[in-house]
Structures are given as C-alpha cells and as structure tokens.
Design a protein around this ligand. Structure first.
Ligand code: SAH
Length: 201
C-alpha cells in the first residue's frame, strides 16, 4: 500500500510513510477482509460512513505538517485510523466522534494498539475541545459549507487547520487555514469527496 499508492503519488515524508507501515489498517475496518484493507479506495465502516482512501489520508496528513511536539485535534474519529497515524506523529491527539458506535469501536482499537497519547470523546466536533485548546493542528475529516467558528478560535497562533469545504458534495475542496498574528489566511487545495459533518445538537 505504501509503495504503490502513497509514495508513487508523491507523499514522501518518511515519518508519514513509517507511520502508515506501523499502523495495521485492517484493524480499523471491520466490514472488510484483512487483505482488502490495504486497497486503493474508501471502505465502509458502518452507519453509512466511510474511511478515506489511504492516499487521501496520507495527503491530508502531509498537508497538516505535524511535528512531534504538536497537540492535534481531529474532528470525525470514524474508524480511528487517522487518529492512530497522528498519534505516531504528534505529542497528543484529541479526537471527537458524534456517532456512539464509531466512538466505542475506535476507542477499543486505539486501546488495543496501546496508542496512549490519543484521547477520544463522544460529542459534536463542531464545538471543538475547549478545555484542551489551543491546538497546533486541527484536522476535520468530514465536509461542511464552512469551518465551524469554534474550531478556528481553538487554533493556536502559527497553527494550521485542514478541512474539506464546499457548498455541496460535488464541490468540496480541501482547504488550509493558517493563523498568523495578523489573522487567518485560507488556501484551496485538491477537490475531494467526504461525508458531511453533521450539525448535531
Ligand atoms: N477520520 C476517519 C474517517 C472519518 S469519516 C477515519 O480515519 O476513519 C467522518 C466521521 O465524522 C464519521 O465517523 C462521522 O460520524 C463523523 N462526524 C460527522 N459529523 C460529526 C460531528 N459534528 N462531530 C464529530 N464527528 C462527526
């Protein structure tokens, strides 16, 4: 998977490639035969949700540019696979999931792998995790028409947030938000297709 799908398409950061080799992706996809867990496409994780294609996960992780000292927030735990990769790359990972079944399963897998620097919370990720803010990096792995205000507020100065943004499922782009002392600067990246970030409460 790493050689054929990730490296060949241009993600070359050795820390990301090593993290992808270290994390057993098949443990995160219960409806898929282990050997199919390393294929080049999105996979179902139940409740109509999917885990992204490995390349997109790698690409977003590269855009996020995580350093070992970083505190990272992920919104949309899903299977927990992205959180597991981040746990290898960052100092602390906080991940939020709104669907209880995903939350329970992801928590178990992360525990079984002893990824002890990940904390997982059941709740609406639109509110972020104010008690642990600010974050060096924030990654949203579900799409919305705009970035939730609370998440931008919880981004550290010098920090970076990545989210698929678009008015409809057909017009999403990855967007990068950087906070400097003069404010937030936004940049458009690849077109993508993600499941929606639900409104919740
Ligand atoms: N990052 C995941 C894939 C995410 S799929 C992985 O590595 O497997 C998108 C996830 O976002 C789904 O599990 C969905 O339930 C969750 N989600 C959607 N809206 C949310 C919200 N408002 N708060 C938290 N999680 C949300």
């Amino acid at each position: 998977m790493v050689a054929d799908q990730i490296l060949q398409r241009g993600v070359s950061d050795p820390r990301i490639l090593d993290a992808m080799k270290a994390i057993p992706r098949h443990m995160f996809v219960p409806y898929t035969r282990p050997k199919d867990a390393y294929g080049d496409g999105p996979l179902p994780i139940g409740q109509g949700q999917t885990i992204s294609q490995p390349y997109i996960t790698a690409y977003m992780t590269e855009l996020l540019s995580v350093r070992p000292s970083h505190k990272v927030l992920e919104v949309g735990t899903g299977s927990g696979y992205q959180a597991a990769l981040l746990s290898v790359l960052a100092s602390k990972v906080y991940t939020m999931e709104i669907v209880a079944t995903h939350y329970v399963r992801a928590r178990k897998v992360l525990e079984r792998l002893h990824l002890d620097n990940v904390r997982i919370r059941l709740g609406n990720g639109r509110d972020g995790w104010p008690e642990e803010a600010p974050f060096d990096r924030i990654i949203v792995t579900a799409a919305g028409a705009e970035v939730p205000e609370a998440l931008l507020r919880q981004l550290k100065q010098g920090g970076r947030l990545i989210m698929p943004v678009g008015a409809s499922a057909l017009e999403q782009h990855l967007q990068i938000y950087r906070r400097s002392k003069d404010g937030i600067v936004k940049q458009d990246d690849l077109p993508v297709r993600f499941v929606p970030l639900v409104e919740g409460n």
